[in-house]
Design a protein around this ligand. Structure first.
Ligand SMILES: C[S@@+](CC[C@H](N)C(=O)[O-])C[C@H]1O[C@@H](n2cnc3c(N)ncnc32)[C@H](O)[C@@H]1O
Length: 301
């Protein structure tokens, strides 16, 4: 249960900065703001990842990140999900979607990018993480170019009314990003979130999230990552196989989700962008789920 600013949110933000500094043939994603605003406790990386020694420092910090998380490939998992979501966000934007709901926004800086000034971003997060992010934005004098709404909630509680009463959603079709968050909730909170989205969003909204079978003891790399998160007070509680998650979505009348294993996403990206990176075993554990939120089915008990 989260009772302070999320450490894993700071960690993945630092990993995005690191991956943005990768040499071109190994660069899965790029986010200029991630490099500028690295949250504590990793802010010293900013100086290491800029300046003349940045390529040496990049290799050094990447090895440190592997060592610290205890898990090879977790940096790439973070980069790959960010990249895939970015590509889907861009597609949604080109289809005319102008509202994005970030559930568990952490230090996600998409709302502050110049290309999305005509998009309304709604950042929902734990109040402690949100306060840490707002302090960082303030420190870097980042002003919101477009419209951003901030809503503080505890996803393990009864937060639907807070979202509803904020009036932030309106009746706009919305692209919902639930990136790196569901792992830290329990099954009840995951179902509550799905029901809340179905209750409050209009048809043709879209949800994208990443998932893994976090209880699978045989998935060693995944278990190491889970132990790292738990050691910082954020145990991974929820996950499942692709079939289990598909069955859960079906029980909410959310049928035909698109599901992609990270290993497949990585292979495709490597071909498209001539990247040269190893396919790590952990990529087979993680997958992305994309589903259209079509209508409002009755509440599931
Ligand atoms: C690993 S971070 C991911 C952050 C962001 N989506 C990203 O990818 O950079 C997990 C996020 O979930 C949020 N979170 C976890 N448990 C929560 C809870 N019970 N209530 C509200 N937010 C929670 C944390 O505050 C944090 O922002």
């Amino acid at each position: 249960m989260l009772d302070q600013a999320s450490r894993t949110a700071a960690d993945v933000a630092a990993v995005r900065a690191l991956c943005s500094a990768a040499p071109p043939g190994q660069r899965i994603m790029y986010d200029a703001l991630s490099l500028q605003m690295i949250p504590p406790p990793w802010r010293f990386w900013r100086f290491m990842l800029s300046g003349p020694l940045r390529s040496i420092n990049y290799q050094f910090l990447r090895s440190c990140a592997h060592f610290k998380s205890g898990s090879r490939g977790m940096c790439e998992v973070v980069a790959l999900r960010y990249r895939h979501i970015d590509d889907q966000l861009q597609d949604a934007y080109e289809r005319g979607i102008r509202q994005v709901l970030l559930l568990g926004a952490g230090f996600d800086y998409r709302a502050y990018r110049p290309e999305y000034t005509d998009v309304h971003f709604i950042e929902v997060d734990h109040p402690a993480t949100q306060a840490a992010k707002l302090a960082l934005l303030d420190e870097h004098h980042v002003s919101t170019l477009g419209r951003v709404s901030y809503i503080g909630v505890d996803f393990m509680g009864d937060w639907a009314s807070t979202l509803q009463q904020s009036g932030a959603l309106g009746n706009e079709p919305t692209f919902v990003i639930w990136e790196g968050v569901a792992y830290y909730l329990d099954g009840q909170a995951v179902c509550y979130t799905l029901q809340t989205l179905l209750d409050q969003l209009p048809a043709d909204s879209q949800l994208i999230f990443d998932c893994a079978p976090v209880q699978d003891d045989s998935a060693r790399e995944l278990q190491r990552a889970a132990r790292y998160a738990a050691s910082h007070g954020e145990p991974m509680l929820w996950g499942g196989t692709m079939h289990e998650v598909e069955a859960l979505l079906n029980s909410f009348h959310l049928s035909t989700p698109k599901i992609h294993r990270f290993s497949d996403l990585m292979r495709t990206l490597m071909v498209e962008e001539s990247l040269s990176l190893p396919i790590e075993p952990v990529f087979d554990q993680f997958y992305m789920v994309e589903v259209v939120l079509n209508g409002r089915p009755p509440h599931i008990a």
